[in-house]
Ligand binder design. Structure first.
Ligand code: 2NL
Length: 346
């Protein structure tokens, strides 16, 4: 076999291998120039044809054509293959994933204190009470005077109360309890009265684990003929069992409030030890929830209700305290922080 035929076979084998090994269309383009272009390997063989005799030239020429055709075909196939891959890779890289899951939109929910307030309202609604609301900015008369606080009472001082500065008018304040709502109710409607007044109240306190300057209360008021201290005791025991569960009883201990006489502190059996005595209840077996008592006749006189005809009882609870007990929260300040790590737990 002639030297040129051997060379052509070698060229064919070499380029076939290189085309197959090319990893990009641009690499393939370089190889194409090396193999098939004017200054390429096959062109060099072609240039040598003139130096051969007629028979050999014909034989080598035919083989050259064959090799060129073969390599051209391989090149086309390989180019198509590489371009297809490159296109796929580019599309993949540029892809915008329209199917991406962004998660369901999150919807907020009521604050723990608001929810606790609604739950307490529900219990009282179930017991036949109505819910009443009133202003958070009050006058001295509705917040103190009508409730039998004597003029020099310490609660009325600027140490305990936020007073609103309005120039000449110096008796406006942020309510320190929701009792003024009940005073307004007694002013505007005749007995029988069975109401609870929930809402935000304000005291000049330095916040700590068990006190806030802004907190929530729910107070209750019953005014009717023949209401006794026994009705009060039955009402608060019914309430505590309805809210905390059967067997969680209330007890009353003597106490003092200017607006009730007699007055009592209201306690429930410790929810954690059921009366055995533990750390939460300071080993007493009881937890203080609020206060209560029979409405003082002076309060009735202030709102024009005849204390000879009507008697009544009232009670007051701190709403944060209920949330704290039910959810075992040791520092009340978290209720005002608005930290979602706290809020989203409820
Ligand atoms: C407590 C104690 C109490 C009342 C609130 C009241 C309202 C009127 C008349 C008489 Cl209009 N009393 N409210 C009575 C006793 C106690 O709250 O420790 N609250 C957190």
């Amino acid at each position: 076999m002639s030297e040129q035929l051997v060379e052509l076979d070698e060229l064919r084998a070499r380029f076939a291998a290189q085309f197959a090994a090319a990893t990009s269309s641009s690499e393939l383009e370089v190889l194409e120039r090396e193999a098939l272009a004017k200054g390429g390997a096959l062109a060099a063989v072609s240039r040598g044809l003139g130096a051969l005799g007629p028979d050999q030239r014909k034989e080598v020429g035919a083989h050259l054509h064959e090799v060129r055709t073969e390599l051209t075909g391989m090149l086309r196939e390989r180019r198509e293959d590489l371009l297809r891959r490159e296109r796929t890779a580019r599309l993949e890289a540029e892809r915008i994933d329209l199917t991406e899951v962004v998660g369901a939109p999150t919807v907020g929910h009521e604050h723990l204190v608001t929810r606790t307030q609604r739950e307490l309202e529900d219990v009282f609604l179930g017991m036949g009470f109505s819910v009443v609301e009133g202003p958070e900015v009050e006058d001295d008369w509705h917040n103190f005077e009508a409730l039998n606080f004597p003029p020099g009472h310490p609660a009325r001082s600027s140490w305990d109360t936020f007073h609103v500065s309005l120039g000449d008018c110096d008796d406006v304040l942020l309510r320190t309890h929701t009792s003024p709502v009940q005073v307004r109710t007694m002013e505007s409607q005749r007995p029988p009265i069975y109401v609870v007044a929930p809402g935000q109240v304000y005291r000049r306190e330095t916040p700590d684990a068990r006190h806030l300057a802004v907190f929530h209360q729910i107070e209750g008021l019953v005014v009717d003929r023949g209401i006794t201290f026994g009705d009060l005791a039955g009402c608060v025991d019914t309430f505590t069992q309805a809210y905390f569960g059967e067997g969680i009883h209330a007890r009353l201990r003597p106490g003092f409030f200017p607006f009730t006489e007699p007055s009592a502190e209201l306690e429930v059996v410790c929810l954690f030890c059921r009366g055995e005595g533990c750390r939460t209840c300071s080993r007493t077996g009881w937890i203080e929830l609020g206060g209560c008592g029979m409405v003082d006749p002076n309060v009735f006189a202030a709102v024009g209700i005849d204390p000879e005809e009507y008697t009544g009882f009232a009670f007051g609870f701190g709403i944060e305290r209920f949330a704290q007990l039910r959810h075992d929260i040791n520092d009340m300040r978290v209720m005002l922080d608005n930290d979602v790590r706290f809020l989203s737990q409820f």
